[in-house]
Design a protein around this ligand. Sequence first.
Ligand code: VGL
Ligand code: ZN
Length: 197
Amino acid sequence: MTNALIVIDVQNDFCPGGTLAVPGGDEIVAPINAMMEDFDAVILTQDWHPVGHSSFASSHTGKAPYEMIEMPYGPQVLWPDHCVQGSKGAAFHPDLRTDGDLIIRKGFRGAIDSYSAFFENDQTTPTGLQGYLNTRGIKQLTLVGLATDFCVQFSAVDAARLGFDVMVRMEACRGIDLDGSMASAQSAMRDAGVILA
Ligand code: VGL
Ligand code: ZN
């Protein structure tokens, strides 16, 4: 049975010193590097936005980071500019091992955000990861990374809905925690059948 580790968005902008720093984001780098040894496949994701992306507060006049707006596909949190394609902030944390099998980028369409590694925030536009995993015969996924309550949560819930066996190793994740989003992320993952370890 092929068991894959999916490392979500361990990028400079989500680590201390980055524009959307997740508290303790860099603390998970060493544990994730060590975990890579235990998996048959290692897949890394990268949040990868064009300049002026619609999820950036700076793209909406009069809006500040962490305010909500209504997008055609539903409510969307507005973020500080982050993970701009090709920037230092979008690069992986310099100590993260990046010698995995696949790097998948998401959020590259200007008009739509993508938290999940499987589908963009419209819940329908695929990233291609499901097809990759299926063609490799991978059914068991362990997720780690940033941020627990956004990209890790959305990826884990989508993976469980798609029929994968999904575990999230919480000690190798860190969260943003906006308005109780850590608690709601944990219950959403549990409700979807994700094992929280
Ligand atoms: C993320 C907010 C905006 C994440 C990405 O990786 O959790 N959060 N873009
Ligand atoms: Zn983003």
